[in-house]
Design a protein around this ligand. Structure first.
Ligand code: UDP
Length: 449
């Protein structure tokens, strides 16, 4: 077999959580396909079966990094502050070892923006660094704005409804109220973390898993504001699929989907982190039952805290119309012709995966970042509806019917299919994301600090 002409090595550093590891592995796959060698640095507790899925990647373990299980215990601010503190010395050691092994081979460190300790390490070893975000461009814009505000004044302004409703200049339809809780936890703590993450940056470019056709306003803003190249090269999963599930996928749901009618099923998933209250789950189960529509529901272990027996109750309610799994092959599920809608927490990966399949959505966001994605799904792309307030079975029933049965849903589906075509075109030859990846590759090929 012909030997692959290897380019220099990229060291990738994802946040150790599903929604961050997935796009980073996809980026690794995309860069590998362009000839780069790939090293992935992960915390001990977060290895993604490397030998099984990525035999050509090198994996290094950052010892004693903070496991993602600590996220909820510590809260987001302390988690990321501690993670960065805990990792810096160990990552330095990792890179020192790599430099020893690979000599001049390492071209660049590409790190998730929340792993900002990488910048200091890159500087110490005289390596260039590029940051990447696992969130949307709009969410990144929000972070930049929060970094610039005077925290004290902003917290006072945010108590004023008129200010909250104001559109952020040049960023329609983004309003100040949308910046609230832009992440997990209260605004106060996020103002602090954004200052920490956004203020001392030395990385030479920003990679975003998005497409110009999805977020042109936010991308233009970032391109003007940041003063470094911004590469919107997504959705990466379309061209660089990279199996990186931390949980085992239950593929039996694909057989179940095969037996359903075209576009008749609502797929329900709240991603890898969010939790639901018992009451909410029961209302959802009854609402789904009353809607008389088929559904495939991912109920992740531990996602309904303290309610192991609840699953039995839910299964009884939904037995005839629904199918429940602990974890699904989501991208394949969304591509299945039986799926007519996606009830989602609107994490950025889920949003992209749905958009790329032309599946309209019922949005039930938990955090501010997911609320921003919802703003785009509902008000900019018009391919979904938001279910607000306390979940009640009547609202669930109506939302599911609006999406799967009513003309309104059919119109949304048409728009979703038009958007799908645009998104697919952007990653195809000559498309904006395709070109952005090429430009990134060119700049990485000439990476010299
Ligand atoms: N996912 C999956 N199977 C499931 C549920 C989710 O493979 O049953 C994947 C989904 O395809 C997505 C990721 O988990 O790539 C969730 O990322 P997202 O950004 O949507 O949300 P987060 O988990 O970060 O809140």
């Amino acid at each position: 077999m012909e030997k692959r002409a290897e380019k220099r090595r990229m060291v990738l550093v994802p946040v150790p959580a599903q929604g961050h590891i997935t796009p980073m592995m996809q980026l690794g796959q995309a860069l590998y396909s362009k000839g780069f060698s790939i090293t992935v640095a992960l915390g001990e507790s977060n290895l993604v079966s490397p030998s099984q899925h990525f035999p050509d990647f090198q994996f290094v373990i950052i010892p004693e990094s903070l496991p993602v299980s600590q996220f909820e215990k510590l809260g987001s601010l302390d988690f990321f502050l501690n993670l960065n503190k805990a990792n810096e010395a160990n990552f330095k050691e990792c890179i020192a070892q790599l430099v020893l092994q690979q000599g001049n081979d390492i071209a660049c460190i590409i790190y998730d923006e929340y792993m900002y300790f990488c910048e200091a390490v890159a500087t110490e070893f005289n390596l260039p660094s590029v940051r990447s975000t696992a969130n949307s461009a709009t969410s990144h814009v929000g972070g930049c704005i929060l970094n610039k505000v005077n925290a004290e004044k902003f917290l006072i302004d945010m108590k004023d409804q008129e200010f909250r409703d104001k559109v952020v200049e040049n960023l329609h339809p983004l309003r100040y109220k949308h910046l609230e809780n832009l992440g997990f936890g209260p605004l106060e703590s996020f103002l602090e973390i954004f200052k920490e993450i956004f203020s001392k940056r030395t990385s030479s470019a920003l990679i975003i898993n998005t497409a110009s056709c999805l977020e042109s306003v936010s991308l233009s803003w970032l391109q003007q504001e940041l003063g470094i190249p911004v590469y919107p090269l997504g959705p990466l999963h379309i061209t660089a699929s990279a199996p990186s599930s931390l949980l085992e996928e239950d593929r039996s749901c694909m057989e179940w989907l095969n037996k359903q009618k075209p576009r008749s099923v609502i797929y329900i998933s709240i991603g890898s982190i969010a939790h639901m209250e018992t009451k909410e789950v029961l209302e959802m189960a009854w609402g789904l039952y009353d809607s008389n529509q088929a559904f495939l529901w991912v109920i992740r272990p531990g996602s309904i805290p303290g309610s192991e027996s609840l699953l039995e109750d839910v299964s009884k309610i939904v037995s005839e119309k629904g199918y429940i799994v602990k974890w699904a092959p989501q991208v394949e599920v969304l591509a299945h012709p039986s799926v007519g809608g996606f009830w989602s927490h609107c994490g950025w990966n889920s949003t992209l995966e749905s958009v790329a399949e032309g599946v309209p959505m019922i949005c039930r966001p938990f955090t501010g970042e997911q609320k921003l994605n919802t703003l785009y799904i509902e008000n900019v792309w018009s391919v979904g509806i938001q279910l607000e307030g306390e979940v009640q079975r009547g609202d669930v029933e109506r939302a599911v019917k609006r999406l799967l049965v009513d003309d309104e849903g059919a119109c949304m589906r048409e728009r979703a299919l038009v958007l799908k075509e645009k998104v697919i075109a952007s990653v195809g030859s000559g498309g904006s994301s395709y070109n952005a990846l090429d430009e990134l590759v060119k700049s990485l090929e000439t990476c010299v600090k």
